[in-house]
Design a protein around this ligand. Structure first.
Ligand SMILES: O=C(O)c1cc(=O)[nH]c(=O)n1[C@@H]1O[C@H](COP(=O)(O)O)[C@@H](O)[C@H]1O
Length: 239
């Protein structure tokens, strides 16, 4: 099913100066940015403040993965930074996801903040069939992604991060109100890099994604704004 979807640009850079340059250059063509490990470990919370002060939404993608108490308390600390989305690993288990949802809800309410949306990472989009088998995980990647999405939903998580190749089945299994965020998006002809389970922007939208996380096809482009606008046009043409 096609729906209106938005772009999240992955700020996989190391300095506040790079963030500032990209956010200024992309202007009103982008509403939401992702601050991931590379940027957060290099520049710290200032990266989140910088993006928020530009009036943009922040997906704080630190992919928390630990025992329930540790992840819940870590996510509570990230909630105080004012992130709009926070990621945790679904493979941390139901108890971890449930406890994180509970603690984040309480923390946001007590600080008068909007509760950030919690997103569960399913199976990384860089993992293909060969690596899946090397890890000795049984069964089909797509089936496992849908299974993890259902567990996340039952644990009170708002949505998942998955490949666009799985978005259609997640949508059918988890319904219209569950968020589906898809990295692994590659416009036709662009470099695949280290991604494996990929699709085009229009493919991701048609499969039912709410947000497309896009990094290098935009940030490594000679003209990031033109690259973003071309992706937006492709998305709008099919929604
Ligand atoms: O959580 C993510 O955003 C994520 C999950 C996943 O399974 N695959 C994945 O690529 N990502 C992130 O999405 C972004 C993709 O960047 P590009 O491959 O440059 O478009 C990176 O910042 C990754 O950290």
């Amino acid at each position: 099913m096609s729906r209106s979807a938005d772009i999240i640009v992955a700020l996989d850079v190391t300095s506040i100066a790079d963030v500032k340059r990209l956010v200024e250059e992309l202007g009103d063509s982008v509403n939401t940015y992702k601050v991931g490990m590379e940027l957060f470990y290099s520049a710290g919370p200032e990266a989140v403040h910088m993006v928020r002060s530009a009036g943009k939404n922040v997906f704080l993608d630190l992919k928390l993965h630990d025992i329930p108490n540790t992840v819940a308390q870590g996510a509570k600390a990230l909630t105080s930074l004012g992130a709009d989305f926070i990621s945790i690993h679904a493979t941390g288990g139901s108890n971890m996801m449930r406890e994180t949802a509970r603690i984040v809800g309480t923390a946001a309410a007590s600080q008068g903040l909007t509760r950030p949306k919690l997103l569960a990472i399913t199976v990384l989009t860089s993992i293909g069939q060969t690596e899946w088998q090397e890890l000795r995980f049984p069964g089909d990647i797509g089936d496992q992604v849908v299974h993890l999405a259902k567990l996340a939903q039952q644990a009170g998580i708002d949505g998942v991060v998955a490949s666009p190749q799985e978005a259609g089945n997640i949508r059918r299994a988890c319904g219209d109100n569950f968020l589906i965020v898809t990295p692994g998006v590659r416009p036709a002809g662009s470099a695949i890099n280290d991604q494996s389970r990929i699709a085009t922007p229009s493919g991701a939208v048609k499969a039912g994604a709410n947000y497309l996380v896009i990094g290098r096809p935009i940030t490594a482009s000679a003209n990031p704004r033109a690259a973003t606008e071309a992706i937006r046009q492709e998305m709008e043409a099919c929604s």
